[in-house]
Write a protein that binds this ligand. Structure first.
Ligand code: AVI
Length: 320
């Protein structure tokens, strides 16, 4: 690839824009290359990262109640999942629905064909009777496709606290855009991490074993790999903090020294002052008021809250 072609890639554009700003930032989706996906699996298994266990417990303990709500208006439905990942938590629901002989099709949506291929292969092995029909498109293109021709209602899943990785104003736009593509009788289930003891929240992003640090440093290594950049991760630290007033956890990668980072493939350099941060992630925590507000702004009704036993997390069912 020529320098011009490399500069034109989506990743390069984000990187150049983000590192040229006065307050440097990079989008958190950059964490998730092949290596980042693997580290995220380790994060989900960490004792400090309570989120995964909470949602797992909700599905395990309340799968019958969830099914009852999903099928309240129609016994048949399309189950769309945005950002399914490895689908391990969703599998608990899928297993229950198939054992109850519910007539539904599971339609995970992802822009990565290989992620969908792997997911389908795994699901077909563990749940041979599951009707699975992945959609290899962007989220909203997938909803457009579904709306072209359907008779059954749609239930959209956006789980795992992924909503928290948007800035709150972008989360509002995102939910509104989903809602605008839904019809009466359709539903949306969102996983929200709730406000709680600030120390517990901070620990989830600052684990003792240093796995989250590795997750963050992989972002720099990814840029070294993809653009022949020269980040030395020993000269950077991972710095998360949580603001209990706003419920926002933020992660930064901070340069310990003054330095220039050169991206050979892009023929560009970026200057870092000593202790200059790059903002790399939001992980918003919610309370009820914020959830109701999100729903109201999207013209959705809050139908039901499903909590874990510690009230750390809620999967919330919204309806059109
Ligand atoms: C994917 N997302 C919900 C995670 C979170 O909790 O914000 C990503 C993550 N970043 C660091 N640890 C986990």
């Amino acid at each position: 690839m020529t320098t011009a072609e490399k500069l034109n890639s989506v990743v390069a554009k984000e990187v150049v824009e983000g590192l040229s700003k006065k307050n440097k930032s990079l989008p958190s989706w950059l964490f998730y290359d092949e290596e980042g996906d693997k580290i995220f699996q380790q994060i989900m298994a960490m004792p400090e990262y309570y989120l995964t266990d909470c949602e797992y417990e909700i599905f395990q303990e309340q799968k019958s109640a969830i099914l009852k709500s999903f099928s309240a208006d129609s016994p048949e439905f399309n189950l769309i999942e945005f950002g399914a990942g490895d689908g391990l938590k969703t599998e608990i629901l899928l297993k229950h629905f198939t054992s109850e002989e519910i007539n539904f099709t599971y339609r995970p949506v992802d822009i990565s064909a290989s992620v969908l291929k792997q997911l389908k292969k795994r699901m077909q092995k563990s749940l041979p009777t599951l009707a699975i029909d992945p959609i290899n498109k962007e989220y909203f293109e997938a909803l457009d496709e579904l709306n072209e021709d359907r008779k059954n209602p749609v239930i959209v899943l956006f789980l795992g606290a992924n909503i928290g990785n948007f800035h709150i104003s972008d989360a509002e736009l995102f939910v509104k855009k989903i809602a605008d593509n839904l019809r009466e009788g359709d539903k949306l289930m969102i996983g929200f991490d709730l406000k709680k003891d600030p120390n517990l929240i901070l620990d989830a992003y600052y684990d003792k074993a240093g796995i989250t640090t590795e997750f963050n440093m992989n972002l720099l290594r990814r840029l070294n790999r993809e653009f022949s950049a020269n980040f030395d991760t020993d000269t950077f630290i991972h710095y998360p903090y949580y603001d209990p007033q706003t419920g926002t956890a933020k992660s930064f990668i901070v340069s310990k020294i003054e330095q220039d980072i050169h991206f050979a493939d892009l023929e560009k350099s970026f200057h870092f002052k000593a202790w200059e941060p790059i903002h790399v992630e939001f992980s918003q925590k919610f309370d009820h008021e914020m959830i109701e507000n999100l729903a109201t702004k999207a013209d959705l009704k809050v139908q039901q809250y499903f909590y874990d036993s510690k009230n750390y997390f809620a999967d919330v069912l919204l309806s059109k």
